[in-house]
Design a binder for this molecule. Structure first.
Ligand SMILES: Cc1cc2nc3c(=O)[nH]c(=O)nc-3n(C[C@H](O)[C@H](O)[C@H](O)COP(=O)(O)OP(=O)(O)OC[C@H]3O[C@@H](n4cnc5c(N)ncnc54)[C@H](O)[C@@H]3O)c2cc1C
Length: 257
């Protein structure tokens, strides 16, 4: 068997990771429990698709809590977009989803992460496997592909609980219909659409394309979501012939999906 070596994104520039003040400029609900927040971050050094930030909230009494959130937006001046799923009983995410108001500020540190990263110079096919909120950094890659005019073949396999839990539903529909070289598969783990030929359920081997099924060779694979989803997906990927070295994963913890 021949294998395609996995090329690394080149370190285009080394950036120091600093704290910034971030002001909420705009926001909208993606689902009943998930919100996209658009921050203006003066001095933001830019980022690559797939990277994340640390967000720190500080109460009046000085108590602070810090969590990581992936960047959903393409690199673009001082604008940083996050999409947060409210975890029931969580400390930080319910505030970000339900309580933060335009003009409010928080501290944000980044960009962070060199592993789950895609840059438009990469030409090999890409397979994105997302569970729940794990779609966020993978959406940034899809957006960056289109923004940069890349022709790298992309295939997104996105598992959500139900159609009502899909993030970026309209945008994904539009990309799937109109952008050549991109395949988008939506799967539902709990209940799907009435005419969906795939019965609802967790990710199955048949949902994942085989490693050498593209004309351009084996894809670079990115998997993101709750820990259990990532474990399950990586096992299926191995069974479908994807080499561990070609698979990059990021786990959001139990509340990510
Ligand atoms: C690199 C990275 C990127 C991420 N990107 C995203 C993203 O783009 N979008 C996103 O929505 N999330 C993302 N996450 C997850 C995010 O960082 C938080 O973990 C998530 O928002 C939950 O934080 P929280 O403070 O609301 O919940 P926490 O307070 O951390 O609680 C998490 C869950 O655990 C439960 N819990 C807390 N304490 C206990 C306890 N003592 N006993 C039992 N249960 C308990 C809570 O009820 C809640 O359901 C990312 C994580 C990582 C590591």
């Amino acid at each position: 068997m021949t294998t395609t070596p996995v090329t690394e994104p080149s370190p285009r520039r080394r950036r120091s990771i600093q704290w910034h003040r971030a002001r909420l400029q705009d926001s909208w609900m993606e689902t009943r429990t998930a919100r996209t927040l658009v921050f203006d971050v003066p001095g933001w050094p830019g980022h690559d698709a797939g990277q994340h930030v640390d967000v720190k909230l500080t109460a009046d009494d000085g108590y602070s809590a810090q969590r990581s959130y992936s960047i959903a937006s393409v690199p673009n001046s001082s604008r940083v977009e996050l999409t947060v799923q409210a975890a029931s009983g969580g400390e930080v995410s319910p505030y970000l989803v339900h309580d933060m108001r335009p003009g409010d500020e928080l501290a944000l540190r980044g960009p962070i992460g060199g592993w789950l990263r895609w840059i438009a110079d990469l030409e090999e096919p890409v397979l994105l496997v997302a569970g729940g909120a794990g779609i966020v950094p993978l959406m940034a890659m899809l957006r960056q592909r289109n923004h940069a005019g890349s022709s790298a073949p992309f295939h997104l396999v996105y598992s959500a609980r139900t159609p009502d839990h899909l993030f970026y539903a309209n945008e994904l529909h539009s990309i799937g219909q109109n952008v050549s070289g991109v395949i988008i598969d939506r799967l539902y783990s709990r209940s799907g659409l009435p005419d969906d030929p795939r019965p609802a359920g967790h990710l199955r081997p048949a949902d994942i394309p085989e490693a050498n099924s593209t004309a351009h060779g084996a894809p670079r694979v990115y998997v993101c979501g709750p820990s259990e989803f990532v474990e399950h997906a990586t096992q299926i990927l191995a069974g479908r012939g994807h080499l561990p070295a070609a698979v990059r994963t990021e786990r959001f913890g139990p509340s990510g999906g």
